[in-house]
Design a protein around this ligand. Structure first.
Ligand code: IPD
Ligand code: CA
Ligand code: CA
Ligand code: CA
Length: 269
């Protein structure tokens, strides 16, 4: 078995265990929901308990690796070439409202490049997995991106960062513009699910700003292994630090990039 396969299997073990924790808290949060700082930026007892379980599994198997987890920050050996980016509950707002679109997302970056990804939504019982060179699967069956090449026939998805009230770079103009050019633009509330859905062909493209590595790492390798493309909005190579991602089936990539780079101001709507 290759190392990547081992990493993938352990990440799966961690995601499935964390998914059980999320199922346990489902509908039982009561007042175990707080705001992290910005309005609407929630954290719940389920986020924290799920993260404890993921950390326990990964640290037991890979004590020498580095970790970046949404609720605990940086942990482990920061010199390691292996970095686990963990989102114990992606889609916290959905989860808190019992809207069943959320996931555990676990990505492994090796020297800064996403190589392994697991995204698990226990509510829909969907397990997405990928590793570099090993392909992408949904519930253990191979998946691939859609073959749609016309924007006017496409279904896209995006998201709005928690700082949207504080900046004019809030994605509203992009959302309006692309809503008019496509069959629809959805906002699911889970970046990990958005990328997983691009990977399995349900969405044709996705863009978002303001994301963190734990939101994207697993989804990036999923899309790439499913035959899709991931870059910055302007098609330059993707950089995790910018938090801006454009991910498509590949066929729509240049067109969608062109539109994102030429957004009319909101006042023109
Ligand atoms: C959020 C979700 C959402 C995206 C936000 C993320 P969280 O993650 O992925 O879809 O629009 O930018 O922060 O806080 O639910 O883990
Ligand atoms: Ca997230
Ligand atoms: Ca989260
Ligand atoms: Ca969060």
């Amino acid at each position: 078995m290759t190392n990547l396969q081992i990493f993938l299997d352990i990440a799966t073990e961690a995601a499935l265990a964390a998914g059980e924790v999320l199922q346990g808290y489902w509908g039982k949060l009561e007042d175990a929901i707080t705001e992290k700082g910005r309005p609407g930026d929630l954290v719940t007892a389920a986020d924290k308990a799920s993260e404890v379980v993921v950390l326990e599994v990964l640290r037991r198997h890979f004590p020498q690796h580095s970790i970046l987890a949404e609720e605990s920050g940086k942990l482990g050996n920061q010199e390691s070439e292996y970095l686990w980016a963990i989102d114990p509950l992606d889609g916290t707002t959905n989860y808190a409202h019992q809207y069943p679109c959320f996931a555990v997302s676990i990505g492994l970056l090796i020297n800064g490049i996403p190589q392994v990804g697991v995204i698990y939504n226990p509510a829909s019982n969907e397990l997405f997995r990928a590793a570099a060179g090993l392909g992408a699967t949904r519930n253990r069956r191979p998946i691939k991106v859609s073959d749609s090449s016309e924007l006017r026939k496409s279904l896209l998805v995006t998201g709005f960062a928690y700082d949207r009230r504080e900046t004019s770079d809030n994605n509203y103009a992009e959302f309006c513009h692309l809503t008019h050019l496509t069959q629809g633009v959805r906002r699911s509330g889970s970046a990990a699910m958005d990328l997983a859905y691009v990977a399995c062909g349900r969405f044709d493209g996705y863009w978002e700003r303001g994301l963190s590595p734990w939101d994207m790492a697993a989804g990036i390798i999923l899309v790439q292994e499913a035959g899709g493309k991931v870059t910055a909005y302007d098609r330059t190579p993707f950089k995790m630090e910018t938090g801006r991602i454009l991910s498509t089936n590949g066929y729509l990539h240049d067109t969608l990039s062109h539109e994102l780079m030429n957004i009319p101001p909101l006042s023109s709507w």
